[in-house]
Design a protein around this ligand. Structure first.
Ligand code: 5GP
Ligand code: MN
Length: 323
């Protein structure tokens, strides 16, 4: 895919969709594309369809115009899928993908199987928002677009920390700064600030966390009851698994939180030796080598046992390779 501009040719109606439980990169990349169309092609009818986004991202231009996906909506000329590795993760947004005349996908998930008509998939790139920057082009950048892209990059690189961060990522961040964004505020308000309830549930998860495999795997969990007690929703649990991961000596972190269907969402992070994308894919999920997730059925004990076994298998293989 050369650029976004060429993809928009001939399209009068565009649906922009991302993955379920939108995070910073999903929200940022979707709104960056929306702001691009809004600024440079006001004649095109474009809309972002996503599940409710976390409130911290509401300051981004266009956030208030995001709609929940509806399966009764009319078919669009073009459906742009961002930051989503497979059709299953589109949730209700699948409707726009299935009915559009043409589909494109811009993504960086290693598990992405190029499911759209045209695909722009680069698993080694730290965020979909970084890919969107390239597709938009520096000369068409506005402050509003820059804010969206900065949010996406910051969230998917763990504040320029993960090893997917490259010199190019930093150069792009520099260009976004030059566009006049308030980067300090964005980082403080979307990355560091937590509500009292969020801090307390993180405290509880850390306090009750357990080590497995001789301290190589750390597991934390939050039940529906915990979320009720602290007045938080699943979308407010971001950051907990990263805190588990930085525990000294740990190779991988697993954070489980209960869903309404009696199963658990598993959030996985690695410190390098464990490929958590491979692990998550074994359980029907996906993601990246260092950060991945899956929806799992069964009790927490059963899930922990399965993930422990897979982690151990990878650690044993790693050791064999070394010998
Ligand atoms: P998180 O742990 O922050 O929810 O997700 C980490 C990474 O794994 C993200 O890139 C996310 O898109 C991916 N991921 C999380 N859950 C799932 C899942 O259930 N299925 C797939 N395919 N990817 C997931
Ligand atoms: Mn992403």
């Amino acid at each position: 895919m050369e650029n976004l501009e060429s993809q928009l040719q001939g399209a009068a109606t565009v649906a922009i969709v991302g993955h379920v439980r939108p995070d910073g990169d999903c929200t940022g990349s979707c709104l960056a594309v929306w702001n691009y169309i809004n600024a440079w092609h006001p004649d095109i009818q474009a809309k972002v369809y996503l599940e409710p986004i976390p409130n911290i991202f509401r300051f981004l231009k266009g956030a208030d115009e995001i709609e929940g996906p509806k399966s009764t909506d009319s078919p669009k000329d073009l459906c742009i899928v961002l930051d989503c590795g497979d059709e299953g993760r589109l949730g209700e947004g699948i409707h726009y993908f299935k009915t559009a005349k043409r589909t494109i996908c811009v993504d960086h998930h290693i598990s992405n199987e190029s499911f759209a008509d045209e695909n722009h998939i680069f698993p080694q790139v730290g965020s979909t928002s970084e890919l969107v920057f390239d597709l938009i082009g520096e000369e068409k950048l506005t402050k509003e677009i820059a804010e969206c892209i900065y949010v996406g990059i910051v969230h998917d690189t763990g504040l320029f920390q993960f090893d997917s961060t490259t010199a190019k990522t930093m150069n792009i961040a520099g260009k976004l700064m030059e566009a006049g964004i308030n980067f300090t505020k964005i980082v403080d308000e979307t990355f560091f600030t937590k509500t009292y309830g969020q801090n307390r549930i993180m405290g509880k998860v850390l306090m009750d966390s357990r080590l497995y495999l001789g301290g190589k795997l750390i597991v934390g969990m939050a039940t529906q009851k915990d979320m009720e007690q602290f007045g938080v929703q699943p979308k407010h649990l971001d950051g907990i698994v990263n805190q588990l991961r930085v525990t000294k000596g740990v190779e991988a972190a697993l954070f489980l939180y209960e869903n309404e269907r009696g199963g658990y969402k598993a959030s996985l992070r690695s410190n390098g030796k464990i490929n958590v994308a491979e692990l998550a894919m074994k359980f029907g999920g996906g993601g990246h080598v260092m950060a991945a997730g899956a929806d799992l059925k069964g009790t927490a004990e059963e899930i922990i046992e399965k993930i422990c076994m897979e982690t151990e298998r990878q650690l044993v293989q790693e050791n064999l390779h070394k010998k």
